[in-house]
Structure formats: C-alpha cells, structure tokens
Ligand binder design. Structure first.
Ligand code: NAD
Length: 305
C-alpha cells in the first residue's frame, strides 16, 4: 500500500516507521527541512518500548507535489493546522485515496472535508504515545490500541485493508463502528487532563493527588459529558470521570502534550479540546463555565509566551 503521512512529527514518524517496517511504501511529509533531510540521509531512528533501531526503507519530503496519488494519507499534524496542511498537500489524493485522521480533539474530520470528499475520509483514535527527540529521531513512549472506522459505521473492504496493513506493522488495531463515540471518549479524557496539567505544571498522576485539581477535573469532564449526551454521542465506556482518573493514574509520570506544548512555547490544541466543548455547548444550550475558564487561561498563557 502507498501511504503518505502529512505531519511527520512524533506520531506521524511513529506510524510511518512502523508501517514501513510492515512492508508498506511510506512517504513522510513535513515542513521541517532538517528532520526530512536526516531521515533521507540516515533513516528514521526509533527508540523506546520496542528497543532501538533505524528504519531505512522510508522516504521524507517537504514538497510532495511530484508524488503520485496515494492509497492512504494519514493526517498527523496538530489539530490547529489540519485544514492548511491537508489543502497544501491535496495532490497526494485522488478519487481513490482514503484520508485517515487519528488526531486528538474535535473538528478534524470537518476541516479535512473542506478539501477532501467526505466519502474518502475515515477516522479513529490512538493510544500510542511518542515524543520527538531530535531531527530524524523519536522515542516510542507507550504502546496502545489504534481504532479505525468508517464515518457511517460500516465495515468496508478498505477498512479491512488498512487494518491488515496496520497489523502487519505491529500496530494493534481494531475496527470500530462508532468512531465518533471513540473520538468523544478520548476528548473527555483530554478535557480532564490536558488544560489542568498545563496550567498547574503537574504531571498526569498529580492531578488526582490534590483535591482542588481533582474537583476541577470532575467538573470539566462532567460538563463535556453533558455536551456529548446532548449531541447524542454514544461513549465507548461508562463513567467518564472515573475513566479519566484511571488514565491519570495509569500515566502518572507523563507530562501531557498540552503541558509540553506550553513549556516548548508551541501553540496548544486547546481550541479543539476544552474550547470545542464550550463551542458545542453554546450550540446545544449546555453551560460549560469550567471549560470556558480553562480555555481562556490556556489562551492567555499562549498569548503571553
Ligand atoms: P508533533 O508536533 O510532534 O508533529 C506535528 C508535525 O507536523 C511536526 O513535525 C510539524 O513540523 C508538522 N507540520 C506542521 N505544519 C505542517 C504542514 N503544513 N505540512 C506538513 N507537516 C506539518 O505532534 P504529535 O505529538 O505527533 O501530534 C500529532 C497529533 O496526534 C495531535 O493531534 C496530537 O494531539 C495527537 N496525539 C499525539 C500523541 C503523542 O503521544 N504525541 C498521542 C496521541 C495523539
């Protein structure tokens, strides 16, 4: 299968590397010239949970305009730039290309739809964890399941093909008939953890050690749950507050991506996480004051960098 990854940072490089190891023809597409050059010259260096190795059968580019249309394009830029990145690289797609988003946050499907026909888009979630260490070098920090599915919930031949390719790369993958529920399920966890850790500079596990942050986590997740219920979303698990606290404990030592983004003076995905809960709540008449406060605080921290 010919696969391009738009946004070959931590996660894009991880999926690209594993898919290349599984025998797929992979092209990484990124704007970071040094990263692209390093991969083309030396290969992609991967360390972490599955040991250290260098993946050589992988190409990278900042300018894929010469490339033929792909069978699969995976979008792994930050949610803040999904629309720009997909429209910049639309030549990677023709009528037969499937475009998959595994990004965090709400609104990525809609932003891809501004460039790509809805029938070509599939979505999912990932519980893998990865960080970028240097140009051409990543740390596979945690293993977790990938879920993929058609937006209409059917199990199509293309979903089965992609499932096969992912599995061949060692990515434990499940086909879901409720990807929107999965995306919201992941959103609720991020709503409870990301902004609070970024504001307080706490690691995930510490959020449930202080009663003050634990209370705010509960309130933020309950508001998001009320919005999800008003939207008619079927969540993949019961009791989102208990589930989020469980994830805090399971990832106790992790610094959330939003905390890392703030520490590295990068733009966060706040607008697609707590901010999206506020926006959806406004549309549906559900009040979300705690998420509004968290969104505004992160926005000010970003602006003041
Ligand atoms: P990242 O910042 O490491 O990677 C994003 C990459 O996109 C960067 O390398 C950047 O140079 C590139 N980019 C920026 N503009 C581009 C453009 N116009 N065209 C092509 N590339 C462009 O981010 P990440 O941590 O890999 O996260 C990607 C997505 O996956 C986010 O939605 C994140 O929330 C989600 N996610 C991350 C993790 C994780 O462990 N890192 C886990 C689950 C989900």
């Amino acid at each position: 299968m010919k696969i391009a990854i738009i946004g070959a940072g931590a996660m894009g490089s991880l999926y690209g590397g594993l898919l290349a190891e599984g025998g797929q023809e992979v092209l990484l597409v990124d704007v970071w010239q040094e990263h692209v050059d390093t991969i083309n010259q030396w290969g992609l260096s991967m360390e972490g949970v599955n040991g250290h190795r260098t993946i050589k059968n992988i190409k990278a580019t900042t300018n894929p305009s010469y490339a033929e249309a792909m069978d699969l394009v995976i979008v792994f830029v930050k949610s803040t730039i999904t629309h720009i990145a997909v429209s910049q690289h639309k030549k990677l797609c023709d009528n037969n290309t499937t475009v998959l988003t595994l990004q965090n946050g709400l609104g990525n499907i809609e932003k891809i739809m501004e460039t790509i026909d809805k029938k070509n888009i599939i979505a999912g979630t990932t519980a893998q964890g990865c960080t970028l260490l240097a140009p051409g070098k990543i740390n596979h920090a945690g293993v977790g399941d990938t879920y993929i599915g058609e937006l209409d919930g059917t199990t199509s031949p293309r979903i089965k093909e992609i499932h096969k390719a992912f599995t061949a790369g060692g990515l434990k993958t499940n086909i879901s008939n409720n990807v929107l529920g999965l995306i919201w399920g992941k959103l609720l966890v991020n709503v409870g953890i990301n902004a609070l850790t970024a504001i307080t500079n706490l690691r995930n596990g510490q959020l449930v050690e202080f009663e003050e942050t634990e209370e705010l986590l509960e309130l933020a997740v309950e508001e998001a749950l009320a919005v999800a219920m008003a939207r008619g979303i079927e969540l993949p698990y019961g009791d989102p507050v208990a589930h989020t606290k469980k994830i805090c404990r399971a990832t106790a030592l992790n610094k959330s991506s939003m905390l890392q983004d703030l520490l590295n003076k990068r733009k966060t995905e706040i607008a697609m996480i707590n901010g999206a809960v506020v926006t959806e709540g406004e549309k549906l008449g559900v009040k979300t004051p705690v998420n509004k406060v968290l969104t505004n605080l992160i926005t000010v921290l970003e602006k003041n960098q």
